[in-house]
Design a protein around this ligand. Sequence first.
Ligand SMILES: Cc1cc2nc3c(=O)[nH]c(=O)nc-3n(C[C@H](O)[C@H](O)[C@H](O)COP(=O)(O)OP(=O)(O)OC[C@H]3O[C@@H](n4cnc5c(N)ncnc54)[C@H](O)[C@@H]3O)c2cc1C
Length: 291
Amino acid sequence: MDAPQVRVTHDAPLAPLVWFKTGGAAEMLFEPRDRDELSAMLHDLDTATPVWALGLGSNLIVRDGGVPGLAVRLGKAFARVAVEGDLVRAGGGAPGISVASAARDASLAGLEFLRGIPGTAGGAVRMNAGAYGRDVADCLVEATVVRRSGAVEVLPASAFGFSYRHSALPHGDIVVEALFRGVPGDKAAIAAEMDRIAAEREASQPLRSRTGGSTFKNPPGHKAWQLVDAAGCRGFRLGGAQVSEKHTNFLINTGDATSADIEALGDEVRRRVLAHSGVALEWEIERVGHA
Ligand SMILES: Cc1cc2nc3c(=O)[nH]c(=O)nc-3n(C[C@H](O)[C@H](O)[C@H](O)COP(=O)(O)OP(=O)(O)OC[C@H]3O[C@@H](n4cnc5c(N)ncnc54)[C@H](O)[C@@H]3O)c2cc1C
């Protein structure tokens, strides 16, 4: 029997794969079936070809001119979640809600915050995602990474150089598995906390919009949304992009926005906030590709 074809799609539209629903195509999109296939692909790939990981696109502006190189998307094959004592082992493609739910079912507390993060475990490690006073750095034990060279390595959490919404993981390295530590707790209390998080988000965030989550990092001593609001940007529009009326640190695609509209709106908001309050906002949303 022939070996199954490696799945690489050329000129693959990325807009359907990201929350904003805008942007160009990936030069190549690769959805590996397992980590060996990913490792072999990266090992064999011309070293001049850039490699980047695409999760659920919940923190991403894909620029309209598309993204050169190989985009690696971890699909269902990487979405498994298993509990091992106090530890939760998640594939790099597992949604945050799956990790939080598995922990709850095993009466493990401390991972409830992942309930509200609509990305993958791999994306959460890369971004040091967090909410409600906790982040990945607080609960990650180790993660398995397929390096740009194709080498597979298990790295302790201390190797990721975590800071606020940042890790030092080199672009081109792909997180294929993450091991999180929970703390034995009361299942009903864990479930109640997850429900509280879901309700709080529903009330305060434009969850049913085409968005990218928090646009800017909270500067030390400030809330980004308050600075944006104070600068008069609530509801501000540029092309098809708008600052959310519901949460001013969220940008939304009102229907026909381009990625250029969204990025230009974000940059204009930064200018207005700087002029109004003297604070330079830093993008939290990752931007990839050519304009
Ligand atoms: C409604 C909404 C609410 C949100 N709330 C929060 C919140 O409370 N807290 C918070 O921190 N974030 C929040 N976010 C942002 C986002 O969900 C997180 O940053 C999330 O961790 C991104 O995961 P992703 O899989 O969608 O990554 P993507 O958006 O696809 O990618 C983001 C970055 O991670 C990299 N990446 C993705 N997968 C991998 C991988 N397997 N290995 C290596 N790198 C990878 C990408 O290359 C890119 O640099 C929110 C977003 C939305 C839309």
